[in-house]
Ligand binder design. Structure first.
Ligand code: FAD
Length: 509
């Protein structure tokens, strides 16, 4: 690959966690390749990857009830949970490699140990949670998970949630201490700082407005300087469209057949953030509840301890809602302009199928703060409105496509869409999201660089020892990896809060 001006080996569009991860993997695999990044905003990790725009859960399926469904025969299907857990283990291994090799430093600035819990009310939900626990706790990936329906035990685990709670309904929780809170914004910025130090050309305030194939088989991107309005053209052999909610627009611009008949459905998010330090100190976990009937999986409410700017915080949400924007900083016309002749029927079919969901989201957007407090009361019965503020989170654009089940089906996962020759790829969708960035980008590398994968495999295995293996079936390797990760990422759990003491302070206040 050559070095002509404006000609890179790889162009990454967007400076979120996905481009940061792909850029970092490629820099390790092939350090000489020239990589150029274009980002429309002033710095890295400002959209969905920003710490205030996502929930910061290191999704390992330890507490998210929507990853474990009850089958018709009453048994619990944990296959999705196993997949997500193994994907997260790949992310942890890569981050650990980066820290060990001094590519990034101070892991406590982006990852903290934090118990992950599921909390349910009502006898039906309690029996579901118990069955789920019984299916999971013997699995090596979920070792250490505990279950309790004893109010006294729950008071120890989650005093804030148990305070002033009526005792006449069945309640239960599971707890596992190997969970994490991940500041994906901080991690994204660290990775871009590292890439910059390795001579990656990063152009902030540069918006990609068009992409097309040149006659010599390269990809040319048309880039506009956001401040001056001037336009430049850059070419590369490989382009990654890692533009989050902006990816669909650029995929459509590329004109590749694989990008046709696909649409996007934006779902917005709102968190409530606690402004009372005594309440913040009285809770230490991510506690996931069960989605309400009719609610989409990404609106499962959770009460989360978060670590942002080295400060402990408490956030509740996200409340899902509807906004036609595809990026938080996007345009009100994003949804309308994403409808093209090829995806019109797909989009109309999705619209017809998802009227109840759209109605639900519009209703959610209109909720007053007091109505949102009612949802919070299910977690903290005596929460007071003055202790909580609303903050707008990021946008998630769910993929809409035609599948065997029908036209215009709404998808809740992430999808890599790539050209048949692997010269361009886009990442669509947002769940489980940032947590699985490493495994999703490894999948992309396998798809788009088949000619190099054999040569790169030893290095991939050095960075991610479980690559292409099942950790569940290799318990020795799992143990080895986990021991090393805990040490390198400093996850031994020294931030064990004195919850009982803190709760006393809160009650006196
Ligand atoms: C409310 C909410 C909660 C979430 N919670 C979690 C969670 O708990 N755990 C988890 O793992 N994941 C979570 N996610 C998902 C996660 O945040 C995303 O999957 C992830 O951040 C996506 O990263 P990205 O790099 O693809 O996109 P982004 O971070 O959005 O980055 C895309 C970048 O591309 C830029 N861009 C767009 N268009 C252009 C253009 N034309 N030219 C140049 N630049 C462009 C944007 O400005 C942006 O900086 C959550 C998401 C939301 C919205």
């Amino acid at each position: 690959m050559s070095n002509r001006q404006n000609k890179a080996d790889v162009i990454l569009i967007g400076a979120g966690i996905m481009s940061a991860t792909l850029g970092s993997l490629l820099k390790e695999l092939t350090p000489d390749w020239e990589i150029t990044v274009f980002e429309r905003l002033a710095s890295a990790g400002e959209e969905s990857s920003n710490e205030w725009n996502n929930a910061g859960t290191g999704h390992a399926a330890l507490c998210e009830l929507n990853y474990t469904n009850e089958k018709a025969d009453g048994s619990i299907d944990i296959s999705k949970a196993i997949k997500i857990n193994e994907q997260f283990q790949e992310s942890m291994q890569f981050w650990s490699y980066l820290v060990k090799n001094k590519r990034i430093r101070n892991p406590q600035n982006f990852i903290m140990p934090l118990p992950h819990m599921s909390f349910v009310r009502g006898s039906q939900n309690v029996s579901f949670l118990m069955k789920r626990f019984e299916t999971m706790f013997t699995n090596p990936l979920f070792q250490g998970m505990e279950f309790s329906d004893d109010p006294e035990k729950l008071k120890e685990w989650i005093p804030l949630i148990m305070q002033k709670r009526a005792t006449n309904e069945p309640i239960a929780a599971t707890k596992i201490d190997s969970g994490t809170d991940v500041n994906f914004g901080a991690l994204t910025r660290m990775l871009f700082d590292h890439l910059e130090s390795k001579n990656v050309n990063i152009h902030y305030k540069h918006r990609v407005v068009d992409i097309h194939r040149t006659s010599d088989g390269l990809w040319e991107v048309k880039v506009q300087n956001v401040d001056s309005g001037t336009v430049e053209r850059h070419t590369a052999k490989f382009v990654f469209i890692g533009s989050g909610g902006g990816s669909l627009y650029l995929l459509q611009k590329s004109g590749i057949p694989e990008g046709k008949y696909i649409g996007g459905f934006p779902v917005s998010g709102i968190f409530m953030v606690c402004n009372n330090p005594d309440i913040v100190a009285a809770h230490h976990a991510k506690v996931y509840g069960k989605a309400k009937v009719g609610a989409p999986p990404m609106s499962v409410p959770h009460l989360d301890t978060r670590f942002i700017d080295n400060k402990k915080m408490l956030l509740f949400g996200p409340f899902a809602g509807f906004s036609p924007k595809f990026l938080k900083t996007g345009s009100m016309f994003d949804l309308v302009t994403s409808v093209k002749s090829d995806n019109l029927i797909t989009m109309l079919s999705a619209g017809a199928k998802n009227i109840p969901l759209t109605k639900y989201l519009i209703k959610q957007v209109r909720l007053s703060k007091e109505q949102r407090m009612e949802e919070l009361h299910e977690f903290i019965p005596n929460a007071k409105s003055e202790d909580w503020d609303l903050v707008v989170a990021g946008q998630r654009v769910q993929v809409i496509k035609d599948t065997e089940e029908g036209r215009g089906m709404l998808q809740f996962g992430t999808e890599v869409i790539s050209a048949a020759d692997g010269s361009i790829a886009a990442l669509l969708g947002a769940s489980p999201g940032a947590s699985t960035a490493v495994s999703v980008m490894l999948e992309l590398i396998k798809k788009c660089f088949p000619q190099h994968i054999h040569e790169w495999e030893p290095k991939i295995k050095e960075m991610i020892p479980s690559y292409s293996l099942s950790l569940m079936e290799n318990q020795e390797l799992l143990h080895e990896i986990q021991t090393s990760i805990v040490q390198t990422l400093d996850l031994a759990g020294k931030d064990q809060s004195n919850l009982k003491g803190n709760m006393n302070t809160f009650q006196k206040a």
